[in-house]
Write a protein of this length. Structure first.
Length: 183
């Protein structure tokens, strides 16, 4: 069965971004959803000195293998001080040392959410700008503000306008998945 890899770019044990990524992956029919927890891939903070002394950690290779085996990737970004979380950035740094093309040209769907009005838009813009540089595809994005008011575990995105925008972005991701028969 074809696979969607989903994760929240956060180390929070109760990550709303992991919840949004997992929900989004579950909306795609005909694909197995695999949701990762970044806590399972904790590694030393990347530095060239650590790489030279100890090589690339096994967890980085494991994470990269999930990427290679996925047909599509959904990431929902938490925002720490306007940027990536340290947990995500560290994994990103380590896996970029394995292969230059980090995401293997897979169809991607980038999300962000927060409890606030902006829905982590700043990190979304940063992530989209960086990840789009290596992607041959247009990457759909969606930011969900006020997570606790706009998301329900059973119903998903409950605000109609936001749900409509979400579905439009999800549809673009799905169309890329269905037309991408074996990257």
């Amino acid at each position: 069965m074809r696979k969607i890899l989903a994760f929240g770019a956060s180390s929070s044990k109760q990550s709303i971004n992991k919840e949004l990524a997992s929900y989004s992956a579950s909306q795609i029919i005909g694909f197995e959803s695999i949701t990762l927890d970044l806590n399972d891939f904790e590694m030393p903070i990347y530095s060239i000195d650590k790489e030279n002394e100890n090589s690339i950690p096994e967890q980085a290779y494991e994470f990269k293998e999930y990427i290679k085996n996925a047909d599509g990737i959904i990431i929902s970004f938490a925002e720490h001080n306007g940027s990536y979380t340290t947990a995500f950035k560290n994994i990103f740094d380590w896996i970029s040392r394995i292969e230059k093309v980090v995401w293997n040209h897979k169809p991607m769907f980038l999300l962000s959410t927060s409890l606030g009005e902006r829905g982590a838009e700043t990190v979304m813009q940063t992530a989209n700008a960086r990840i789009s540089r290596e992607s041959p595809l247009k990457i759909p994005v969606f930011s969900l503000p006020n997570f606790d008011q706009n998301f329900d575990k059973e119903k998903g995105i409950i605000d109609e306008k936001l749900n409509s925008r979400f579905k439009k972005s999800l549809h673009l991701f799905e169309s890329q998945l269905y037309s991408n028969k074996g990257v």
